[in-house]
Design a protein around this ligand. Structure first.
Ligand code: MIC
Ligand code: SF4
Length: 641
């Protein structure tokens, strides 16, 4: 067996590991963050359990810490008190970014982790099967329920050689993205193997698995070896280590070879993480902003490297440079070594150790600005500035641009980039994790605080046999959840669906909310028509929940990405795909349309979309027995026992 098969078979609850078929697995650990967590806990509460049943559940607050107005703080109070009531470890705002913290303090090789955030696969850096999902799936796992997924095709990425000075983990995953792109990888997992694995420390491995999310794979995993052991020991958690490696005769669906020694610095160019170019080809382009941090590249390894590169030097006068560390551990260690002081002296802006700029809730660049970031997504408008040009690069490339004010290959800076070694022990101080007093857990009446921003969770209605309605919006390929449900300034409405729904497709079609609600109020169904890879990006179930609230009944797309596909079904929206992709061109936004025989379509997997000019468009639907039940009932919440 390969590593993926070993972990999955140990956790298998139903099905067989036959690629493409539905299986379910036991989840050992779960994580939520505040932007998805409020919904997840509201849904958990509505299931009527008295406490969480998973071995470990952690609730992190890292996305909405700007706190302009009362909404974010209300959410934090709700999350803290609901965690106390149900036995969830609560990570206070200011403690750090969920994925970085989980890797440091809780992750363990061989375990399964389900997270209400698409970058949960960061945990694959220490040999976990760590998967991102919608909040409601995580709520079910917290309640002890299994998680359903497609048994994966496993892609082996065979690493040989060793990275050269100035080239780092981000350049590895950008190379992987160059090879396999952001689409067409649904139902796959990546397993890293080969001699080159040994040369990568855990933070580097975690950078690589983190951004596997951008390839659209279910997760990515590294073996667990001596390097993993050393990292866990330095985190004071050597006891959770176990070795994990693929058998010599393990098989894979596809093998990709990458020679680390040959890699050069790369960037993902606007507006997709899959739009890759070398830094050499961008050399000399002026840069306005450099931001270093996010769950991809905010580790002690990354920021120490940057600090040593900037030490004794000044950032370019034309560039605004910010650093957001991944955790308190990282900040403390930089501070104790005097490196925070060096960063400040060089002219860097020190940002809070949260998601911050990555989700566009601060540090929006100026109009048309070129912004270099070490984060994982550069979708249009995600930064808060639609005209900005975002490039995703390694910390070394970011620091080089900070110094020179233009794209610069870090290998050409004229000085050796400092190399990094994992310390024998990290600074461990866990006081911003609130572990629950077992006496208060599960006690009825333990007070949960709900401010006015915490609204009820809407439920979908039961499926009817036909929908008559309108193609309320028609969009192109690679529509991300950031297009569907903007974050940034709108993030504060995550626990208030009626309010948040006003911003569905805000940057794509500002009339969508008015048109969709008018149709819904007239009893017409809203249809979304889309191209390939619809729903790329985040796990935010709001991209299904809010459209559902506005009366969206079905999606008709060329293809749909994994987490979003599951989220649509969880909220009773039928995810059809075109039988013939060319039919996409037959539909115009605003067209009236009808789908009949929906109940039968659930069984046959086929339906016909009738356009107003009499054209019939054949559609396909691929759902498991379990998903059929959910669609009939009007979503997962209506079926949970
Ligand atoms: C993101 O990076 O897009 C987010 C914000 O972390 C999302 C979750 C969310 O929308 O709350 C993700 O990646 O799942
Ligand atoms: Fe936070 Fe950005 Fe990571 Fe999402 S991708 S969890 S917003 S740091």
């Amino acid at each position: 067996m390969n590593v993926v098969e070993k972990i999955l078979s140990e956790h298998l609850v139903s099905g067989e590991l036959v690629p493409g078929t539905e299986i379910s697995i036991k989840i050992d650990q779960s994580i939520t963050q505040d932007a998805t967590g409020t919904m997840a806990y509201l849904q958990f509460e509505s299931m009527g359990l008295d406490r969480v049943k998973a071995d470990l559940a952690v609730s992190y607050v890292d996305h909405n810490t700007i706190q302009v107005g009362f909404e974010n703080a209300d959410d934090h109070d709700y999350l803290r008190t609901v965690a106390k009531k149900y036995g969830v470890v609560f990570s206070k705002p200011g403690n750090g970014i969920c994925h970085q913290l989980h890797l440091e303090r809780f992750g363990a090789p061989g375990k399964t982790l389900l997270g209400a955030d698409s970058h949960t696969p960061t945990g694959g850096g220490i040999g976990m099967i760590a998967i991102g999902a919608g909040g409601i799936d995580v709520a079910v796992a917290m309640g002890g329920g299994e998680f359903f997924l497609t048994a994966p095709k496993v892609i082996k990425v065979n690493l040989t050689g060793k990275l050269s000075n100035g080239v780092s983990a981000k350049d590895v995953i950008l190379k992987v993205l160059e090879i396999i792109s952001t689409k067409g990888n649904v139902g796959c997992m990546i397993e890293y193997a080969g001699e080159g694995v040994k040369t990568l420390d855990v933070p580097s491995r975690a950078t690589i698995t983190n951004m596997g999310a951008e390839c659209g794979v279910t997760t990515s995993v590294f073996p667990s070896d001596k390097v993993t052991k050393q990292f866990l020991e330095a985190q004071g958690r050597g006891d959770v280590w176990k070795e994990l490696k693929a058998d010599d005769d393990a098989e894979y669906a596809r093998v990709i070879d990458i020679d680390l020694s040959e890699l050069e610095p790369r960037a993902a160019c606007p507006h997709s993480p899959g739009n890759i170019a070398t830094i050499q080809s961008l050399k000399g382009t002026k840069v306005n902003q450099v931001l270093i941090g996010s769950c991809t590249n905010s580790s002690y390894r990354d920021l120490k490297t940057v600090a040593l590169m900037l030490k004794g030097r000044k950032v370019s006068p034309d560039v605004s440079v910010g650093i957001a560390p991944g955790s308190r551990q990282v900040v403390t260690m930089l501070a104790e070594e005097g490196l925070l002081g060096e960063l400040i002296a060089s002219g860097v802006r020190i940002l809070e150790n949260t998601c911050g700029f990555c989700i566009g809730n601060s540090m929006s660049p100026s109009t048309d600005a070129v912004s270099l970031r070490t984060s994982n997504r550069n979708f249009e408008a995600r930064s808060g500035t639609k005209s900005a040009q975002l490039y995703l690069v390694s910390p070394e490339t970011a620091a080089a641009a900070a110094l020179t004010g233009e794209f610069t290959d870090p290998r050409e800076l004229g000085f050796e980039i400092p190399t990094f070694e994992i310390p024998s022990s990290f600074e461990i101080e866990d006081s911003m994790f609130l572990y629950q007093d077992t006496k208060s857990v599960g006690v009825p009446g333990t007070e949960v605080l709900r401010g006015p921003n915490i609204a009820d969770v809407p439920k979908a209605v039961q499926l009817v046999d036909s929908f008559e309605g309108v193609a309320t919006i028609k969009v192109g390929d690679k529509i991300t959840t950031d297009h569907i449900m903007p974050a940034g300034a709108r993030l504060k409405y995550r626990s208030n669906i009626p309010e948040y729904s006003k911003y569905v497709f805000e940057n794509t079609d500002p009339e969508f909310y008015a048109n969709a609600s008018a149709n819904r109020d007239k009893g017409l169904a809203n249809f979304i028509v889309a191209g390939e890879s619809y729903g790329q990006g985040s796990s935010r179930e709001h991209a299904a929940l809010c459209p559902m609230y506005l009366g969206v009944k079905a999606l008709i797309a060329k293809s749909v990405e994994r987490i979003h596909y599951a989220n649509l079904i969880n909220f009773g929206i039928i995810p059809f795909v075109f039988e013939n992709d060319d039919d996409y061109d037959k539909i115009t936004q605003g067209d009236s349309m009808k789908i009949e025989g929906l109940l039968a379509a659930l069984d046959t997997g086929k339906a016909t979309l009738k356009l107003e000019d009499g054209t019939d468009v054949p559609l396909l639907l691929s759902v498991s027995e379990r998903q059929k039940g959910m669609l009939k009932a009007g979503g997962l919440l209506n079926t949970v026992k």
